[in-house]
Ligand binder design. Structure first.
Ligand SMILES: Cc1cc2nc3c(=O)[nH]c(=O)nc-3n(C[C@H](O)[C@H](O)[C@H](O)COP(=O)(O)OP(=O)(O)OC[C@H]3O[C@@H](n4cnc5c(N)ncnc54)[C@H](O)[C@@H]3O)c2cc1C
Length: 384
């Protein structure tokens, strides 16, 4: 069976859903999203903590946030669909002088681009979020316009909008390969047959490099498992839903229901598709750091835990753009822990690239795959 589409989107996470909507709405023609799972948002997006922030160290990430965050906070108002959004800010705690210098440089860059961000003394941190260990704290930065939103709500919201705009979404369909001929994309192969298309987007999250390899494209995106734990209620649980992050350890938490949701990067992380919870890491690394950083957690019991995959690039920046050497094959991968918040604008940028031939909303020329061979990489340092 052969099918045809103007654009095939591979993957139904937040990136694929946003892309499908913006393409269909932007006049890309017949847009077809293929997701191998039985429903959307079961990959990285389904494991995500839902945070959005403007506090990045690189110009391009700040610009992506400035464009994307309003698309999240105004989603319900603009589209008439429900989305849980809380703008209680992101609080970065910094405990070493070296990291503090880097954070102050970040604040300067963020402010120069119009971001609202405050520099706090330790006593102000104690007033904002009672319970945080203030000993050894050099300072903190607070972004009042940062916050948390519902990843599943945003993904399904974009899927609804995509369908309303004429896109087709098929679940339970795995793409086995991206087909090319003479240096350009011709479509995709699935177990149900071929689908011919003039443009194909790889939005396969942590599996993106496997998909890219079928088109002969070497994409440096690695799956890195990350564990998340949610507690029950405990005395001293924070009243506000501010996302608190300790810069050096990457330990983070925010209020979730009557308790908190928390996570952290591991000391010896390595690439793997294994999403079983790492109980040793939780017991030996996460919980001791959690109690040290926010002592009221000592009294908390653990209710739920899960593990999901970050999709990491070497410089912690995404790859967005047409794959070099394969015309019509577009990459939107490697968001390195912040793809949820950039999903809205990335979908729009993909539509601009495919429909208009150039990304207009944000200058993403630095995010092409070619940077890894040309050596023009710019690292993001504020990775959580
Ligand atoms: C624990 C955790 C916490 C996080 N916290 C945050 C946060 O606070 N803020 C933030 O911005 N980001 C966060 N992230 C990162 C964010 O979740 C990801 O960057 C984002 O969800 C990536 O979306 P995606 O659509 O590219 O990938 P995914 O959501 O993984 O979607 C890819 C989809 O492609 C499908 N697929 C793969 N291969 C094929 C194939 N061959 N054929 C068909 N379908 C295929 C998969 O089934 C999957 O559904 C977090 C991630 C984790 C794991």
């Amino acid at each position: 069976m052969t099918d045809t589409a103007d654009v095939v989107v591979i993957g139904g996470g937040v990136i694929g859903a946003s892309a499908a909507y913006h393409l269909a709405e932007g006049g890309a023609g017949r847009v077809l999203l293929l997701e191998r799972a039985g429903e959307l948002g079961t990959g990285s997006t389904g494991a995500c903590a839902g945070g959005f922030r403007h506090q990045f160290s690189s110009r391009v990430n700040i610009l992506l946030s400035l464009a994307s965050v309003p698309m999240i906070t105004r989603f319900s108002e603009e589209h008439g669909l429900p989305l849980d959004v809380v703008q209680d800010g992101y609080l970065f705690l910094v405990r070493t002088n070296d990291a503090w210098r880097a954070f102050l440089a970040g604040v300067e860059l963020q402010r120069s681009l119009g971001v609202e961000v405050e520099v706090l003394e330790p006593n102000q941190v104690g007033e904002l979020l009672p319970g945080i260990a203030l000993e050894g704290l050099v300072g903190a930065t607070f972004g009042p316009k940062d916050g948390i939103a519902d990843p599943s709500g945003l993904t399904n919201g974009y899927a609804t909008l995509a369908r309303r705009s004429g896109a087709e979404i098929r679940t339970g369909v795995e793409v086995q390969g991206v087909d090319t001929e003479g240096g350009r994309v011709t479509g995709v192969s699935t177990a149900d047959g071929l689908i011919s298309a003039g443009a194909v987007i790889d939005a396969a999250g942590p599996w993106a490099s496997k998909v890219a390899a079928t088109a002969g494209v070497d994409l440096p995106v690695e799956p890195i498992p990350r564990n998340v734990v949610v507690t029950g209620p405990f005395p001293g649980a924070p009243a506000r839903r501010t996302l608190v992050i300790e810069a050096e350890s990457t330990f983070y938490f925010h209020r979730e229901g009557p308790g908190v949701l928390m996570g952290m990067g591991g000391r010896d992380e390595h690439a793997s598709f294994d999403t079983r919870v790492d109980e040793r890491f939780v017991a030996d690394e996460l919980l001791p750091t959690a109690v040290q950083s926010f002592p009221p957690l000592e009294a908390a019991d653990l209710r739920f835990s899960w593990s999901g995959l970050y999709e990491m690039t070497p410089d912690r920046h995404p790859v967005i753009g047409e794959a070099p050497g394969v015309a019509g094959f577009y990459l939107a991968n490697g968001f390195s822990g912040h793809g949820f918040q950039h999903g809205p604008i990335v979908g729009k940028l993909l539509a601009e690239l495919i429909v208009d031939g150039a990304a207009r909303s944000v200058d993403i020329s630095s995010l092409g795959l070619g940077r890894f061979t040309s050596g023009h990489v710019v690292s993001e340092h504020h990775v959580v």
